[in-house]
Design a binder for this molecule. Sequence first.
Ligand code: GDP
Ligand code: IMO
Ligand code: MG
Length: 432
Amino acid sequence: MANLIVVGTQWGDEGKGKLIDLLAEFADLIVRFQGGANAGHTLKVGDAEELITHLIPSGIMHSGKRIAIGPGVVVDPETLVSEIEAVQKRGLLQDTSVLLLSNRAHVVMPYHRLLDAAREMAKGSKKIGTTLRGIGPCLEDKVSRTGVRMCDLIDPQVLEDKVLARLPEINALLKHYGRDPVEEKDLLPTLNQQAVKLAPFVSDVGEAVRQEMDRGKNILFEGAQGTLLDVDHGTYPFVTSSNTVASAACTAVGFGAPRIDSVVGVAKAYTTRVGEGPFPTELMDEKGVHLQEKGAEFGATTGRPRRCGWLDMVALRYTLAVNGCTSLCLTKLDVLAGTNPIKIAVGYKLSGKEIQSFPADIRAAAQVEPVYEEIEGWDEDISDLREKEALPVAAQRYISRIEMLLNLPVDIVSVGPGRRETIVIQNPFRRG
Ligand code: GDP
Ligand code: IMO
Ligand code: MG
């Protein structure tokens, strides 16, 4: 038995979806534990079979495997209904009993999306660059105890009461931003139709997970976003509104921390960020454009170009420690072929003084100057290689240097978007 959490260690889009799809084979249940449709996880099995999931867990490609959307996920019913219909059209999820949707999960309402957009627009150049999926406003309602949960959505009377109670304040806010008010008659019929479609999936996911743990099953917890987007530990306020770190799986799903055996941190072999906010190792020159083009760095949810830069050991040492990672999965190593030399940030300088820790103050995070170490690159295409020893010596050295600087083993190296384009050095499910 092993319970394993997968988290992003940078600013999201590290390749978590690909890793979950790969590891799902060894799991009895795959549980998405936080975030919402702000996430975009890309799965690629064969040449043509690419699927981007926003809410459905990334174990979906394994037919018959049980997958769950946990209580900590914020669920946009419109997105989830269309995602379910889309995967069913592709022949997946034919047995609907394999998908569990938590009755405690909060619902992203249409007015949350309107507020997200109105606020971003009002901020102008100071915007966060959110995905406009209504995540912040939904989580605000959750914490202020005015939210709608899945168990409310599927009860028409409770839904109506909650919406009627919430609309006056929502409309006052929309008016503040110069937007039209929302009327309950425009919301309820559509929400009721979506509720009917989702009701068969709704159950107590926390209870199901705890029971499976008691039975000694292997459970894979799927993180979303990245640690530097965590509302407590990230580059606040340029973060998402939830806790994205590994320990959030315990609080969000509802089980004790000692149940966790391993935490795999996913890191790209370089760094990317979508949206605004500090990014110390960002490349503003043609090298950044090269990584963006070669790595196809365009957001899976919004299509926005991702900012690109070098790998950052100061940021990674911090995020691996915050998560308690037991090993690393290094993705997109193939993209670095032809880049010579490769740089790694091993420290920062702030006002001429060397610092080793990631700053809390975003003004400092925006001002730091990375101290780089240069590493020899390689030219060969590595996407067909399946063993670490077959990699060019320079690529092996790059991996070893990362392991040494982070004092953590790299269990998996990803050399392409496909499930097969992977070098498994150690299966993290068999580590514990
Ligand atoms: P996630 O949000 O962490 O699941 O990552 P995304 O799916 O948003 O972004 C990762 C992108 O990189 C996707 O387009 C993947 O198909 C792709 N990808 C994942 N691993 C690799 C890899 O090793 N090499 C290359 N070239 N692409 C990869
Ligand atoms: P996955 O799971 C990359 C970023 C947004 C923005 C900030 C706040 O695919 O790695 P939000 O809509 O959450 O209020 O936006 O967080 N962001 C992501 N960036 N990958 C993600 O998810 C993200 N989810 C949110 O771009 O900067
Ligand atoms: Mg993504």
